[in-house]
Write a protein of this length. Sequence first.
Length: 134
Amino acid sequence: MMRLLISAAAYLISNAVGLLIAMLILPGFTISPVAFVVAVAIFCIVQTLAGPLLTKISLRSMPQLRGSVALVTIFVGLWITSLIVDGMVIGGIANWLAATLLVWLGSLIATILLPIYVFKQLRDNRNSGPDIAI
């Protein structure tokens, strides 16, 4: 159960990092502070549902897209999230393409680094708790 919670937290944090990077770099990409939490949650839900669906569709219909399913999933996640969340504006087509790449890259890097540094440190702190001799 703890592993599932840590995995879910890492997934949420990595997507939040990806959205933050796109927000900081792209001038037309804005998310209001209140809408950011909602946008991250909706984006994660859409990605969780669309990822396997798009993978299955690409394997059946167009196996050439198998390598780019992550990018397509992020693009679809951004699109659906921008439709649902009022405080999220992505901008023109260049921002859409750049945001897809930046969110993918940011979440990829965070997904790699979070378990190595953050969650390992939490696990080590938990395991090296005070020893109580009885």
